[in-house]
Design a binder for this molecule. Structure first.
Ligand code: HEC
Length: 185
């Protein structure tokens, strides 16, 4: 039979155990307190790269044109340009216009300067500010024609690959009796 004395002993033991557990909880909270992060989740290493590559983040091609030209192969560029531009452009001196003006001597030629050619208004505007087809201007136009001159008549999506674009630029440079000096870095 359980008398009241025994009951008190058991109740006391249970109470003691509960108090001990509570104390342990408070103590461990004090010792192992982890501050809550301001923003939930982990920082992923890819996040920054994704922001950098976001469309419209950079209007100009990322790789400097001097670097593209240093690695370029004009012979490969000739093949690429004949396939990509040849439908609409001649490359030989004195050759007439096709859909677009001839590209012979294009490097450093004044923008929109072929007599009698009906250029788009935005290329005519570009001629006022950028003046000439420098390597930089050509690079920007060929990577994204509409990005350079928004209502251009040149129905060409652009060459996004640095290697192929560099090759095309090196080929265009060769279309001249005295090719323009390579740009300094
Ligand atoms: C579908 C036809 C077409 C293709 C393909 C094309 N072009 Fe053109 N290009 C044009 C037309 C049309 C113009 C005139 C653009 C304007 O007036 O806005 C032009 C203009 C240009 C000009 C400016 C000429 C000047 O006198 O100011 C350059 C430089 C040029 N193209 C380079 C290229 C290169 C390099 C390629 C190939 C990578 C290429 N184009 C592909 C049709 C084309």
């Amino acid at each position: 039979m359980m008398d009241s004395f025994e009951f008190n002993k058991i109740a006391g033991a249970v109470l003691g155990a509960l108090l001990f557990l509570m104390g342990l909880g408070i103590f461990s909270n004090a010792v192992f307190h982890a501050p809550k992060p301001k923003i939930a989740g982990y920082d992923l290493p890819a996040a920054e790269a994704a922001v950098a590559a976001a469309p419209g983040a950079a209007a100009a091609p990322a790789t400097p044109v001097a670097e593209l030209l240093a690695k370029a192969d004009p012979a490969k560029g000739a093949a690429t340009a004949k396939a990509a531009c040849g439908v609409c452009h001649n490359f030989e001196q004195g050759a007439g216009v096709k859909q677009g003006p001839t590209l012979y001597g294009i490097v450093n030629r004044p923008i929109a300067s072929t007599p009698g050619f009906a250029y788009s208004s935005s290329l005519v505007e570009k001629a006022k500010t950028d003046k000439q087809w420098t390597f930089e201007a050509l690079n920007a136009f060929i990577v994204n024609p509409k990005g350079y001159a928004n209502n251009t008549k040149m129905a060409y999506a652009g060459e996004k690959a640095d290697g192929r674009r560099g090759d095309i630029l090196a080929y265009l440079r060769s279309l001249d009796a005295s090719p323009a000096p390579l740009p300094a870095k």
